[in-house]
Structures are given as structure tokens and as C-alpha cells.
Design a protein around this ligand. Structure first.
Ligand code: HEC
Ligand code: HEC
Length: 238
């Protein structure tokens, strides 16, 4: 049993009565610098974490997690390099949870690391941490199992933060960083063939071909063929 699973099991043991009391909802607790006690509904899933990571964290921490995201050169502090195993060995999951949920300022660190507790659920943060651990171990994630997400859920996990609720380009990450994201509409989509659309999503948009502020992560490592097709059919309904 890994240390993480062990600590999760201990947390679960301690909170099972509390879970019954509050209907099984996630309740992160702990304040200030104290690590939060975090309850997960299910085992954290690094593949779900990758889908969220690419949406929320890629811009600064990079497609590979090495801290070299397309937005990183704009910042006054270097985003953490998740492939630095030594650094992250010293961090508990509780500490990471707190940092991600409350942000840099609350921990005397850079303001560029925002408090994601306002836009991500506790489960989503847990899944993202599970993926950060995969990066810490220099492993690759396997996409062998079919996802249980439909097109709308994929959009909400991985696309809404940039493209916005209705594809207007006004998602929270875009607004926060001033990214320019052209609205998605039936007209804009019809400018691409189906195969081209598929490739844009699979391969992403590297920043150097589009100029500053127009970049998209590559989704080929996190979404299956079926998921890419499902999400295309969802965005076609805007
Ligand atoms: C706008 C840029 C930006 C985004 C987006 C961003 N980060 Fe960060 N992050 C930073 C910067 C800059 C630091 C370094 C802070 C410092 O050392 O002062 C950092 C540091 C961290 C650390 C600290 C690790 C440590 O122990 O030193 C963690 C963990 C982290 N980020 C996780 C995330 C996760 C997870 C996401 C997505 C949900 C995310 N970040 C999104 C910029 C960003
Ligand atoms: C980090 C921000 C970001 C995320 C997350 C993101 N995109 Fe994008 N996407 C962009 C940007 C920027 C463009 C370029 C828009 C432009 O040309 O102005 C783009 C372009 C596109 C296009 C081409 C649109 C057109 O009219 O040419 C499609 C399709 C698309 N994204 C789908 C997705 C899907 C599906 C997801 C989720 C799986 C996603 N994007 C997640 C930033 C993002």
C-alpha cells in the first residue's frame, strides 16, 4: 500500500461516521497553514486528474509538468516543476491540497498561483494531486480504460475554463490571464473539416504558431478517440 493510499484509508476510517452525518459530501477542513483533512468519495483517479490538469494548470506548469507552460515567461515567479521528485517527496498530499485550494498568497508565495478552491471541487483537486504524483514519479499515464464522461462532462472538466460556458471564450482561466479565445459557434466550426477539428483537439495549438495568449494543450494523451468525437458533438450544439 502506498503512503498516499494508507493515509487516505486512515482519513476514511476516521471520517466514516462524519460521512454518514453529512450525506457523503466532500468537506475540506483545516485552516491557515494546517494541512486540510480531505475526504474523497472514491479513490483519486490520475487520468481524471490529467484532464483537469491540462485545463487548469497547463498554461503555467506546462504540458509535461516541468513548469514551462506557454504563460510561464509572463510571470515574476517560476511555476513549480512537478517532475522535481526530491522537492515533492517532502510535500504531503494535505500540503499540496492546501496550496492548490488556497493559493500562493495564503502561503507567502507567488500571487500567480491562484486559489483554485473557488473553481474546483475537492474531488477534482484530489484527482489533480493524483496526477501530480504521477509526474513526480516520472511515469506516463495509461489511457487504456474508457472514460465514464460524456461530451458535456468532458467539456466541463477540460474546456470550460478557457472556452466559457457557451463557448464564448470567456472562461475563468481566459479572463484571469487575459487569453484571447475566439468564440466557438456553428460558423467558426464549419470553417474546419471534421478531421481538422479532431486534429486541433488532439494536437492542441502551440503558442509559437498563434502568437501570445493563443495556445491550447494537446488532448491526445488524455482523451480517447470516442471522447474527442463526443466533445466535438457537444461543442457543435453551441
Ligand atoms: C497563472 C499561472 C499558474 C497556474 C494557472 C497554476 N499555477 Fe501552480 N504555481 C504557479 C507559480 C508561479 C508557482 C510558484 C509559487 C512560488 O514558488 O512562489 C506555483 C506553484 C504551485 C505549487 C507549489 C508546489 C510547492 O510545493 O512548491 C503547486 C502544488 C501548484 N502550483 C499546483 C498547481 C495546480 C494543481 C494548478 C492547476 C489547478 C496550478 N498550480 C495552476 C503558477 C500557476
Ligand atoms: C488553456 C486554454 C484552453 C483550453 C483548456 C482549451 N482550449 Fe480550445 N482553444 C484555446 C485557444 C486559445 C484556441 C484558439 C482560438 C482562436 O483561434 O482564437 C482554441 C481553439 C479551439 C478550437 C478551434 C476553434 C476554431 O474556431 O478554430 C477547438 C475546436 C477547441 N479549441 C476545442 C477545445 C476543446 C474540445 C477543449 C477541451 C477538451 C479545449 N478546446 C480546451 C484554448 C483552450
Amino acid at each position: 500500500m502506498t503512503g498516499y493510499k494508507l493515509s487516505l484509508a486512515l482519513v476514511l476510517l476516521a471520517v466514516v461516521p462524519a460521512l454518514h452525518a453529512c450525506g457523503g459530501k466532500n468537506v475540506p477542513s483545516g485552516s491557515g497553514g494546517k494541512p486540510a483533512t480531505v475526504i474523497a468519495d472514491s479513490e483519486p483517479d490520475p487520468l481524471k486528474g490529467l484532464k483537469l490538469y491540462l485545463g487548469y494548470c497547463f498554461v503555467c506548469h506546462g504540458q509535461k509538468g516541468d513548469g514551462k507552460g506557454p504563460y510561464a515567461p509572463m510571470l515574476s515567479a517560476d511555476p513549480a516543476d512537478f517532475t522535481d521528485s526530491t522537492h515533492f517527496k517532502a510535500r504531503t498530499d494535505g500540503e499540496l491540497y492546501n496550496f492548490i485550494s488556497k493559493g500562493g498568497i495564503a502561503h507567502g508565495k507567488s500571487m500567480h498561483m491562484k486559489p483554485f478552491g473557488f473553481q474546483m471541487t475537492p474531488d477534482q483537486i484530489q484527482n489533480t494531486i493524483a496526477y501530480i504524483r504521477v509526474l513526480n514519479r516520472h511515469e506516463r499515464i495509461s489511457r487504456d480504460k474508457e472514460s465514464d464522461f460524456n461530451g458535456e462532462e468532458i467539456y466541463r472538466n477540460s474546456c470550460v475554463m478557457c472556452h466559457g460556458e457557451k463557448g464564448n471564450g470567456d472562461g475563468r482561466i481566459s479572463k484571469m490571464l487575459g487569453l484571447e479565445v475566439r468564440p466557438i459557434s456553428p460558423e467558426s466550426l464549419s470553417q474546419h473539416s471534421g478531421a481538422k477539428l479532431y486534429n486541433i483537439i488532439q494536437d492542441g495549438i502551440p503558442s509559437d504558431t498563434t502568437g501570445l495568449g493563443r495556445f491550447m494543450p494537446a488532448w491526445g494523451s488524455s482523451l480517447s478517440e470516442k471522447e474527442i468525437i463526443d466533445v466535438i458533438s457537444y461543442i457543435s450544439s453551441f
